[in-house]
Design a protein. Structure first.
Length: 871
RNA sequence: GCGAAUGUGGCGGAACUGGUAGACGCGCUGGAUUUAGGUUCCAGUGGGGUAACCCGUGGGGGUUCGAGUCCCUCCAUUCGCACCA
């Protein structure tokens, strides 16, 4: 056997090129369906092609790659695809800044980022690559949208948007800064415009119930989704009133129908028809309604604004008491949510309480809890306690508890045909219309004679012209006659094409299914999808825990109901990775703006215990302030470019550091020293293998009769294998897997025995270490596996199994506590019974000293672990 | 404001099922090699105490033979809130 010629030095660049060339030549990552083999579909959330990779991408895709390679070593047929979430706002912003069409900017970025991904050595099947801005992809967005129109799942209604009155354009929430347009600084207004919606609420019940089918999703994500869907049972009912002699009804919804006798006013949104009517002859109210329409539409803003209101002068009739109830306009009531009107019970709702106090409205207690005293001085939590409360001052309902009162009141309202119980969802239908250029066109044609007409299937895709350059004043598609002007599919007369495009969340709601159908020209997905789907492991940022994941689950269910796919859920197992953070350094000049410094430009001063004294700028030696830890961002100048990291240390070091610094679900703090440490470990590993193979091939021996030290090392080798298998396969704690391989290699270094027997044990330890690390640092392991004398490539090797014989132990160390405090350790034979363990524990010198002849009350023995002696 | 999470040495983290707190790595200290620095190697490293020991997991309280882990409460930080992706 010719020994592999191994460089003495670890040369990452050469090692990584060799391994990547090999994988490329062998088409190692091509995924081919094979019904005889168990498949494993490992998917990472695809990137937005923003320009270059950031550390969050590197972390995300390394986690995915480790799982992919591990599953492959388990013998599964793996698929790991990659693509581009290519439509979106940043391309338009870049276009405005540079005068380059979004398409060109996007494709340039894709080319660069693809090169970066390849340099990291991810086991991706690039033949399945897709970009959502390709007509071949987005035509199926349009196709399924048309199916949804047919089913009534897609429909049109008005929605509220942020409107910049100067640029005459709709703004994204992100473009509204402190209530003003980001480019113009103009105070943003709310505006009602027609939009297309997808009736995700039709699936609310199933989306909620099917969370049960996702036991491998993080509990917190399921909880967040359940809260977001927000199922509540309540009562929808009406306050009748007369308007210009007509009988009208003001509808509201409440989850606290038991407090209905405490209603002292109602509040409606500024856009509510009742408010509009009342403002006709009331200039003050009209002005107030205009004021309410200013500001952003963001939920977080609305929840924190100062609550303001004004009476409409209109009264409605209480449906049960018949008393008049005044109606107010409230800036905190949303037209787009529920009925756009609410009943107000100031005694038992905190917001209503403060509103009533502010405007001097009556507060009527109708719920009591025990002997608690109700007072108008300050809000008390128990006022809203439906669990412990019962009705008072409520006539026939007095004494009833929450659910009995709701039942009785709902029945009475129903008898009067003024209301009934109803299930209510917090979830709202998904508005998908965007008044933007760089997105998937909505396939609708507006005809003066036929109305809104769907584009015919045979005319799909509606192709987006790629040569537009937006200028910030509305959608440039409106200025493209060649796009807008068309013939009505129904009557053939001249008509106008819809210029709104789809929310990019549509694009990302089904890309995983398209990857699985490699080349499907005639359908949204083909038969191959049935083999690969569902995704076995999905990996992405926690920031997508609600919207993207909920929309994808919804879209998948619609595809299922259209007969395209089988199965209720697209993603079986989910891993939400934490953010990548770095320290923030800055100086605050006496005048002028804060100046941020990249951590690479800063030197930390420490005392002789390693404690931090301060930080100075390397270039001038003057102190800088620390702004704590934050996500890597341009504005805080605390980003680290993955490219420079790869160039300096290589992909394996980058991957190792990312996996070692924190468990995947937690935030990860950047550390240059930590990266250097990862690199040091790889050099040490290389040297260890090099020193070993230099002595020639290790002999094949029988492991049954080994000296104690060799036996210990062999046991540790197999224990480590068992732990790493569990850490990567089940727990997904790559950091602890790496730590235990480090421990094993520390033991190999210390194992000072040159005998043939020892060489064989060392060979096994090194082989296992290389295979265990192969999913994490695949390039160096590719080289080391060859160096250890194997003709087949590491990528094709099966994951080893621990040997029970090697794991066997004769005695165990048991910890002995006295009154719960650690006082000694004793060695006991593995098969020792509880009595024997207790006897050995009490016989220990240190333990006997602490017992000191005092009476032993109780002895607790935890087998194989510890003994606690209670005095 | 609402929803979700996190908090352990100088730092990142480990402790998986209520059972040895601080694995592994970084930093720091001392030493060796080299000596210009770095690299590499060895030893030490939660705090206090001469020691026996004592104290220690964001703060306060509780359950238990035993709590970083469970319960209550408070504080701080991070993420999401529907047109950023």
């Amino acid at each position: 056997m010719i020994p592999y010629k191994m460089d003495e030095q670890y040369l990452p660049e050469k090692t990584e090129k060799d391994a990547q060339d090999y994988w490329e030549r062998q088409h190692s990552f091509k995924a081919v369906p094979d019904p005889k083999r168990e498949k494993f579909y490992c998917l990472s959330m695809f990137p937005y092609p923003s320009g270059k990779l950031h550390m969050g991408h590197v972390r995300n895709y390394t986690i995915g790659d480790v799982i992919t390679r591990f599953q492959r070593m388990q013998g599964r047929n793996v698929l790991q695809p990659m693509g581009w979430d290519a439509f979106g706002l940043p391309a338009e912003n870049a276009a405005m800044a540079n005068g380059v069409p979004p398409a060109q900017w996007t494709w340039d970025n894709i080319a660069y980022m693809k090169k970066q991904l390849k340099s990291l050595g991810f086991a991706i099947d690039w033949e399945r690559e897709l970009a959502t801005c390709e007509p071949d992809y987005y035509r199926w967005n349009q196709w399924l949208f048309l199916r949804m129109l047919e089913k009534g799942i897609a429909y049109k209604k008005t929605g509220t948007v942020n409107w910049d009155p100067v640029d005459q354009t709709v703004l994204a929430n992100e473009q509204v800064i402190d209530g003003r347009g980001w480019r113009t600084g103009a105070v943003v207004e709310k505006r009602e415009i027609p939009m297309y919606y997808l009736a995700i609420t039709r699936y609310a019940e199933e989306l909620l119930a099917d969370l049960e089918k996702l036991p491998e999703w993080p509990e917190r994500v399921r909880t967040m989704q359940a809260n977001w869907i927000g199922k509540s049972t309540g009562v929808r009912f009406a306050f009748p009133y007369k308007l210009d002699g007509r009988e009208e009804r003001l509808w509201v919804f409440t989850t606290r129908a038991d407090t209905i006798m405490g209603v002292t006013f109602c509040a409606v949104a500024a856009e509510h028809p009742l408010a509009t009517h009342a403002a006709r002859n009331n200039p003050k109210l009209a002005a107030f309604i205009e004021e309410c329409k200013r500001g952003s539409v963001m939920e977080a803003d609305l929840a924190t604004i100062e609550k303001k209101g004004m009476p409409t002068g209109i009264s409605v009739t209480h449906p049960l008491t018949g008393e008049p109830v005044p109606v107010w306009v409230g800036n905190y009531v949303l037209m787009g949510y529920g009925e756009g009107a609410v009943m107000a019970v100031p005694a038992h709702d905190e917001r209503d309480f403060h509103f009533a106090k502010q405007y001097g409205l009556p507060i009527r207690q109708v719920i009591a809890v025990g002997s608690e005293k109700f007072s108008l001085d300050a809000w008390q939590e128990w006022y809203a306690d439906k669990e412990r409360g019962h009705c008072v001052n409520s006539g026939k309902y007095d004494g009833l508890g929450y659910s009995a009162a709701v039942d009785a009141i709902a029945a009475d309202l129903k008898a009067k045909s003024l209301g009934d119980k109803q299930v209510m969802w917090r979830l709202r239908d998904w508005g998908i219309s965007r008044q933007r250029y760089w997105g998937c066109p909505i396939p609708i044609i507006h005809c003066d004679h036929c109305g809104d007409v769907p584009v015919l299937d045979r005319d799909l895709p509606v192709v987006l012209p790629e040569d537009c350059v937006p200028d910030g004043t509305g959608n440039p598609l409106n200025k493209r006659a060649d796009f807008v002007n068309c013939a009505c599919p129904k009557c053939g007369k001249p008509a106008r094409r819809e210029t709104d495009t789809m929310d990019t969340f549509v694009d990302s709601s089904w890309y995983y299914a398209r990857y699985a159908s490699r080349r499907s020209d005639s359908a949204m997905v083909d038969d191959e999808t049935a083999y690969w789907m569902p995704v076995d492991q999905y990996i992405g940022g926690i920031e997508h825990a609600i919207l993207h994941l909920l929309y994808s689950r919804f879209w998948w269910k619609v595809m299922r109901d259209t007969g395209l796919v089988k199965g209720d859920e697209p993603f079986m197992r989910l891993l939400t990775q934490g953010m990548v953070l770095n320290e923030i350094f800055f100086r605050k000049p006496a005048s002028g703006r804060i100046q941020y410094f990249n951590p690479a430009e800063v030197e930390i001063k420490t005392d002789d215990k390693g404690g931090r004294l301060g930080a100075v700028l390397k270039s001038d030696g003057q102190p800088v302030e620390s702004g704590g830890i934050g996500t890597m961002s341009k504005s805080k100048n605390n980003g680290v470019d993955p490219q420079s990291l790869i160039e300096q240390y290589g992909a394996d070091t980058a991957r190792l550091f990312m996996m070692f610094a924190a468990p995947p679900e937690m935030t990860l703090e950047w550390s240059d020293e930590g990266v250097a440490g990862a690199s040091r470990f790889l050099r040490r590993l290389w040297k260890l293998v090099h020193d070993h193979v230099r002595q020639g091939p290790a002999p094949k021996i029988d492991f049954t009769a080994l000296p104690e030290a060799a036996k210990d090392l062999r046991r540790q080798t197999h224990q480590t294998l068992a732990k790493v298998t569990d850490d990567i396969g089940r727990r997904r704690t790559f950091n602890t897997a790496i730590a235990s391989v480090m421990e094993l290699l520390n033991a190999v270094s210390k194992f000072d025995d040159a005998s043939a027997l020892a060489r064989a044990v060392r060979q096994e330890a090194l082989e296992f270490a290389v295979l265990m690390l192969a999913p994490i640092v695949p390039h160096i392991c590719h080289a080391l596996w060859q160096a250890l004398g194997h003709p087949e490539a590491a990528i094709d090797v099966r994951w080893p199994k621990p040997d029970d014989g090697a794991l066997k132990q004769d005695s165990l160390e048991i910890v002995v506590q006295v009154n719960g405090k650690l006082r000694g350790r004793v060695s006991v034979p593995v098969q020792a019974g509880e009595d024997k363990v207790r006897e050995l524990a009490l016989a220990d010198d240190a333990v006997a000293r602490h017992v000191g002849g005092k009476p032993v009350k109780k002895v607790i023995v935890v087998p194989g672990k510890l003994v606690n002696i209670v005095l």
